[in-house]
Every structure is written in structure tokens, then in C-alpha cells.
Design a protein around this ligand. Structure first.
Ligand SMILES: NC(=O)c1ccc[n+]([C@@H]2O[C@H](COP(=O)([O-])OP(=O)(O)OC[C@H]3O[C@@H](n4cnc5c(N)ncnc54)[C@H](OP(=O)(O)O)[C@@H]3O)[C@@H](O)[C@H]2O)c1
Length: 323
């Protein structure tokens, strides 16, 4: 059974190595799963830099994925053999097969594309939880609008009767975001506050920031007095820049959000309910390219390109290249 494992040499040597591991055997309560798709998400790229914890037992990256149940351990009845399932988070999915407790799996319907479902567990769930406290019909602002979380925010907002305004870095994704249901899409450039005011929607109470850097201040400046800026990421890899006058004179409240902490606080029953809602919806990740495990250098290279749109995905359980 082949897997990608982080090399102990870390930053000085190659990041990963393709290794042959013993076939995993499901014990009582566990199932054997063939991994159909696992994306290279920002969380994986952070793990490879040592900035986010890996699955500690295996050292195998792949924070999320979709698999096919191929064998039950003793005592397991569900999900049935042949079911396509969402894997639990931080399971180390960049390998051909793995074992996991049956109760951690969320079944997907048979007609779903497993590859396009590969980010439901983290990016779609993040978007769903961020939107949970908004009032019906409420308008919110978010950036980066064209990222995976941003696209799910747009689609889920449309589904929940919320109004979304996406901020994007370039004009390129504008038409597509309109198509996904964005109420407005604005390019992040000077004067964005004036353009927002001109839309006549009123200033939003809430903004979600996955960009960091100067975008944090831009989002804060677009909120009404007393508004809330929730920072969930820093795709720009720059520290957030939030001018003090926004905090002091405009009473903007900034807070962080981390899905992992939310899940700990919310508990497994709530987490599972949220996931079951998402898997029942018509949600699709945008896929940039697919790679087999042995093609990992090209896959990581592509995932790091700033202009790439959509997820680069490993297809571990196949030897065929479809990119
Ligand atoms: N807190 C949590 O629990 C949680 C959960 C999921 C993700 N995250 C974090 O949220 C962030 C976004 O995640 P994602 O999955 O949506 O990322 P993604 O799909 O990789 O999207 C990245 C987007 O970031 C924007 N971007 C890239 N370079 C940028 C730059 N120099 N300045 C500003 N924006 C830039 C691009 O949009 P533009 O072209 O519009 O700039 C790109 O579409 C990441 O930092 C991720 O780690 C956090």
C-alpha cells in the first residue's frame, strides 16, 4: 500500500517521499477505505511547512478526502461495503487505503462525484458554520471571494436566503461568482467602500476575512459602526492590518475563527448534523487538476502557483493520470 509521508529531514530535504507500507487491517469497529480523492488544501500546505499539525501517528498528510468502503472489521454493519464516504478530518488521506472507525464516516449519495466532494469536510463546513448566526436576508461581505471557502460562502448564502458580496483580487472570477449566486462581486481596489455605498444595500454588519494583510482593513472599513470582522485565514500570508481608528472610533469587533475549535465546542452530534446537511446539497469543488501519488512533485508545484483556480487533487486509489 503506497503512501506519501513527510520526510524527517523536513525543510532541508525533500518534503515528501512515496513509501510502501503494510496493508492496513480493520479491527473491531473499523472499516478499510480506499481513498478516491484528497485535495491539496491550504491546511495541507501549512502542514508541509510545519505550521499545522499532521496526523501525528502516521506522519501522512491529507487533511480530508473521500473514500470507498471496501471491508468491514468485526462488528461493523454500516456504512455498507461499496459506500462512498467523507473521511474524518486529519486522517492522513494521501495514501491508497486506510482504516478508520466506522462511526467517523459520513456517507455520500451514489450519484455524487467523489472528486468534486473532496472539500466538503473542511472548506464547505467552514463556510456553513461562519454563516450559521446570520439573520435571514442579512447581507455580508467576504474575501477572498474566489477561494474555496469563498465559493462555498456564496453558494450557501444563496441557499439560505442571505445576500453575499464577494471581494476578489482580479476581474477573472467575477462572472463565475455571479453564476454561483453572488449578489455582488467587487474587485479589491481603492474606492471599494464608495462602490459598496453606491450599491444602496446599506453597510453590512458582518464580514468574513480569509485573506489577511491589507484586505482585513478594507473589509473593516466597509462595515457599519459596531460591525463584526471574523478572520478565518490569511491566504495572502501577511499579518492582518486593521487600523486602530476602526477598532476605536468605529467600534469594529475583530475575532478569529478556527473550525477545529468550533468542532470541539459544538460536539460531534452538531458536527455530524452540519455535514449531513452539506452532503445532501448540490455542492461541488472546482478542480484544477488530478494527480496520482507518485506525481506529488508536480502536484505540489501546481498547488503553490498563485494563479491556479480550484483544487489540485490526489487520486490515490488509481494508477491512472487524468490531469
Ligand atoms: N479557520 C479555519 O478553520 C479555516 C478553514 C478553512 C480554510 N482556512 C483558511 O482560509 C484561507 C482561505 O482558504 P481557501 O480554502 O478558501 O483558500 P484557497 O481556495 O486556496 O483560495 C485562496 C484564494 O486566496 C486568494 N489569494 C491568493 N493570494 C492572495 C494574496 N496575495 N492576497 C490576497 N488574497 C490572495 C485568491 O483569491 P483572490 O484572487 O481573490 O485574491 C485565492 O483564490 C486560507 O488561509 C486557509 O488556510 C481556515
Amino acid at each position: 500500500m503506497r503512501a506519501l509521508r513527510c520526510t524527517p529531514s523536513g525543510h532541508s530535504g525533500p518534503l515528501l517521499e512515496l513509501v510502501e507500507l503494510p496493508e492496513p487491517q480493520p479491527r473491531a469497529g473499523e472499516v478499510l477505505v480506499e481513498v478516491l480523492a484528497s485535495p491539496i488544501s491550504p491546511i495541507d500546505r501549512l502542514s508541509l511547512r510545519g505550521l499545522y499539525p499532521l496526523d501525528p501517528a502516521s506522519g501522512i498528510p491529507g487533511a480530508q478526502g473521500v473514500g470507498l468502503v471496501v471491508e468491514h472489521g468485526p462488528g461493523v454493519r454500516e456504512p455498507e461495503v461499496g459506500s462512498v464516504v467523507l473521511l474524518p478530518v486529519r486522517v492522513g488521506a494521501w495514501r491508497e487505503r486506510l482504516v478508520t472507525p466506522a462511526v467517523t464516516l459520513v456517507p455520500l449519495s451514489a450519484h455524487r462525484d467523489p472528486v468534486a466532494s473532496c472539500t466538503l469536510r473542511i472548506e464547505a463546513l467552514t463556510a456553513a458554520v461562519l454563516l450559521a448566526d446570520l439573520e435571514p436576508g442579512e447581507c455580508f461581505l467576504h474575501s477572498p471571494g474566489a477561494g474555496s471557502v469563498g465559493r462555498y460562502l456564496t453558494v450557501l448564502a444563496r441557499d439560505r436566503g442571505l445576500r453575499s458580496i464577494a471581494l476578489v483580487g482580479t476581474r477573472e472570477p467575477v462572472a463565475e461568482l455571479w453564476g454561483l449566486g453572488a449578489d455582488n462581486v467587487l474587485v479589491r481596489e481603492p474606492g471599494v467602500q464608495a462602490r459598496l455605498a453606491a450599491l444602496g444595500l446599506g453597510l453590512p454588519r458582518v464580514a468574513f476575512d480569509g485573506s489577511g494583510g491589507e484586505t482585513s482593513g478594507m473589509l473593516g472599513s466597509c462595515l457599519r459602526v459596531g460591525g463584526e470582522l471574523t478572520i478565518y485565514g490569511a491566504a495572502s500570508r501577511k499579518p492582518i492590518q486593521l487600523p486602530v481608528d476602526q477598532l476605536v472610533f468605529r467600534d469594529i469587533k475583530a475575532r478569529g475563527f478556527w473550525l477545529h475549535r468550533w468542532a470541539e465546542t459544538a460536539g460531534y452530534a452538531r458536527l455530524r448534523t452540519e455535514l449531513e446537511v452539506l452532503v445532501a446539497m448540490d455542492l461541488h469543488e472546482q478542480i484544477a487538476a488530478r494527480f496520482t501519488l507518485d506525481q506529488w512533485p508536480a502536484a505540489l508545484d501546481l498547488a503553490e502557483q498563485p494563479g491556479v483556480r480550484g483544487r489540485v487533487v490526489f487520486i490515490p486509489a488509481t494508477s491512472q493520470t487524468t490531469s
